[in-house]
Design a binder for this molecule. Structure first.
Ligand SMILES: [Fe+2]
Ligand SMILES: [Fe+2]
Length: 376
């Protein structure tokens, strides 16, 4: 068995059959139990500010809290169909809308406007649902970091992130519940990744999986949706969530930079493999297989057509625009004969390596005191 097959369970990255064979078997149950395998670590060193960058983030987090109930315009009327139409009009000609597809000779050929509309609504619902489930993953992972990280500055910071993530789950759940028609269950690839992250016993793997990979992708995906949506409540919700996420990714980069500097090649290799596995799981989940099932079109055929469109390929690559520079900053790309660099080349995302990493980008995303409703 090759390295790659060992890690992701298939040899060919694009083996659609293998990707679609993974499905969510645990949809009926309200809870899901995952072994967490870690030791809780006390520290008796209470010296605050030993890690100044983490301390700065912690102080910043304390003054950046917002209230999901009162700081967002929940009285905004949202009609999901109208949102799809407005978004399509706004995006016309940008190559991002289904209206720009050439559907001749495909199962979409006979679709009426109504079906395109339904696809738009389902797709938005699915995307927001997976964001919500990912946010719960972040909530659990960050609570775990509070227990397992050995540094007091990191425990302090992580505790603020727990609060942030609770707020994120809360606002996505409220949006789906009150503005859309319920939510999709967690996607199987996302759940597999979240389970892997939560069950790993090593504290830095929680950071690598969550803060670097999942949140790095979320920051890019939220940014894309924030730019594209015409719905004012969702736009503001994403803006507020992103202001927190940028801090979270910085927390991951700053913590792991210090820790990874002293790891051996063998230890780094395990981190490189973990990062690659996470990248593939996230790429697989964005195929939205559950949406095609609900639309009652042949899933494999639909995905094959959609994946070949330039828009889809651009979107898929763009999701890695934060992850790749952050992995580079952590020294993960080039150790062990550039193993992760070669994997990112195969995923066609290496071109992002020299974009700015996210260690201080949070300043750019920060909410103003007006947005936070604070008076000077
Ligand atoms: Fe979050
Ligand atoms: Fe986060």
């Amino acid at each position: 068995m090759t390295d790659i097959e060992n890690i992701i369970g298939r040899e060919d990255l694009d083996d659609l059959e293998a990707i679609l064979s993974v499905s969510n078997s645990d949809m009926q149950s309200t809870i899901s139990i995952v072994e967490d395998n870690s030791d809780a670590i006390f520290t008796w060193n209470y010296e605050k500010g030993e890690r100044p960058a983490l301390n700065k983030l912690y102080e910043k987090a304390k003054t950046s809290m917002w209230n999901g109930e009162t700081d967002l315009p929940w009285d905004t009327e949202v009609n999901p169909e109208e949102v799809v139409i407005n978004d399509m009009v706004a995006q016309q000609g940008m190559g991002v809308s289904f209206a720009d597809f050439d559907v001749a000779g495909t199962p979409f050929e006979k679709w009426t406007e109504l079906e395109w509309l339904k696809l738009g609504v389902e797709s938005n619902n699915w995307t927001l649902s997976q964001f919500m489930h990912g946010e719960q993953g972040a909530l659990i992972c960050t609570a775990k970091i509070v227990e397992t990280v050995p540094w007091i500055d990191a425990k302090y910071y992580a505790s603020t992130q727990v609060m942030d993530e609770a707020r994120h789950v809360e606002v996505f759940a409220k949006y789906l519940d009150t503005k859309m028609d319920g939510y999709y269950p967690v996607n199987a690839h996302l759940k597999m990744l979240l389970d892997d992250i939560v069950s790993d016993s090593r504290w830095d793997m929680t950071y690598l999986g969550m803060q670097i990979m999942v949140e790095g992708l979320a920051l890019a995906a939220f940014g894309f949706m924030h730019m594209m949506t015409t719905e004012p409540l969702l736009k503001q919700l994403l803006r507020y969530v992103m202001s927190d996420e940028a801090r979270h990714v910085a927390f991951g980069v700053l913590s792991l930079k210090e820790y990874y500097a002293d790891l051996s090649d063998a230890e780094i290799f395990e981190r490189q493999q973990f990062a690659f596995e996470a990248a593939v799981r996230m790429r697989d989940r964005f195929l939205q297989q559950e949406v095609w099932e609900r639309m009652e079109v042949p899933v494999k055929e639909a995905i094959t057509i959609v994946s070949q469109t330039p828009t889809r390929q651009m979107f898929q690559m763009m999701l890695f625009s934060k992850i790749v520079p952050n992995c580079k900053k952590l020294g993960l790309l080039d150790r062990n004969d550039a193993w992760l660099r070669r994997r990112f080349e195969e995923l066609n995302v290496i071109q992002f390596e020299d974009l700015t990493d996210t260690s201080d980008e949070f300043e750019k995303f920060a909410l103003s005191s007006e947005e936070l409703g604070q008076t000077a």
